[in-house]
Write a protein that binds this ligand. Structure first.
Ligand SMILES: C[S@@+](CC[C@H](N)C(=O)[O-])C[C@H]1O[C@@H](n2cnc3c(N)ncnc32)[C@H](O)[C@@H]1O
Length: 150
């Protein structure tokens, strides 16, 4: 896919591993991003893929939506690992009120080495008066135990 989209970058990605990622994934059941960016799909004539969006508002926050979110984000992390250096650092900004990131990390073969808390005080969208805490998870590869050699 990358090779098709951007052969020059694909070549660099092939040779050079990425040391880290800082990402802000969607929060479960909070926003319909296809709707939020509907103008862009329209303007650039992009095909909408609402069904593939991770954690959209229209799926809610029920058990099925949360499971789908966990597997969606974990699959993204697993895919990223193909391009990451062995000793990578991944930082994830998340409002994890359903405590899903420990499971996401486990499925992706990562572990949480640190959690930084930050209050979100200034939002531009609706409900801006309600401050809430966000976590920045620091994830690293699970170190495999070496078998003792005979
Ligand atoms: C919290 S926003 C982060 C936006 C990004 N950090 C930025 O500054 O543009 C989460 C983003 O994840 C995108 N997203 C959701 N599901 C996705 C998927 N399956 N594949 C790729 N992006 C997805 C949403 O469209 C949204 O732009």
């Amino acid at each position: 896919m990358l090779r098709k989209e951007n052969p020059q970058f694909a070549e660099i990605a092939q040779k050079q591993r990425i040391k880290g990622i800082l990402t802000s994934p969607p929060y479960v059941g909070l926003i319909n991003y296809h709707e939020q960016h509907a103008y862009a799909y329209d303007l650039f004539d992009f095909k909408r893929l609402d069904e593939l969006e991770i954690g959209p508002l229209f799926r809610g926050r029920g058990r099925e939506a949360r499971e789908s979110y966990v597997h969606g984000v974990a699959e993204v992390f697993k895919n990223c690992k193909r391009f990451l250096a062995d000793d990578y650092d991944v930082f994830v900004v998340a409002n994890d009120k359903f405590n899903m990131y420990p499971t996401i990390a486990e499925i992706a073969g990562m572990h949480i080495v640190n959690q930084h808390k930050r209050p979100v005080l200034n939002r531009t969208e609706k409900n801006r008066e309600t401050a809430y805490p966000e976590t920045i998870f620091h994830l690293k590869e699970v170190q495999k135990k070496l078998e003792p050699s005979n």
